[in-house]
Design a protein around this ligand. Structure first.
Ligand SMILES: [Mg+2]
Length: 108
């Protein structure tokens, strides 16, 4: 755990909630969708991240964007990440908790 109180609180929140969310995604995926390898979900994740990035690029250039579409693409990224981690056997909660402890803070 981090020595920074806010980082420690974040780590505790992640450790307490992500496993339940990830397991629920796994159960839903197994019940309702055909099995896919982690490589499929890695490609899907990158495709969805690209869709989100394209919307952000348009927004950055001043084009009007549909905020609901933007949120929808962010959701696609999250869903794809969950499915990738489940297919790859990655415990995302544990991985995020560990990683948060190693990311240097830019305000210190
Ligand atoms: Mg999408």
């Amino acid at each position: 755990m981090s020595e920074h109180p806010l980082c420690r609180a974040l780590q505790e929140a992640v450790g307490n909630s992500i496993p339940e969310i990830q397991h629920a995604f796994d159960a839903y995926q197994r019940e309702c969708f055909i099995e896919r390898p982690s490589e499929f979900f890695a490609l899907e994740l990158n495709g969805e991240a690209g869709e989100l990035a394209n919307i952000e690029k348009k927004r950055w250039k001043g084009a009007p964007i549909d905020e609901a579409h933007r949120a929808d693409e962010a959701a696609d990224v999250f869903i794809s990440l969950m499915n990738f981690c489940n297919a790859a056997g990655i415990d995302l909660g544990t991985a995020v908790v560990k990683k948060l402890g190693r990311i240097p803070r830019s305000r210190e």
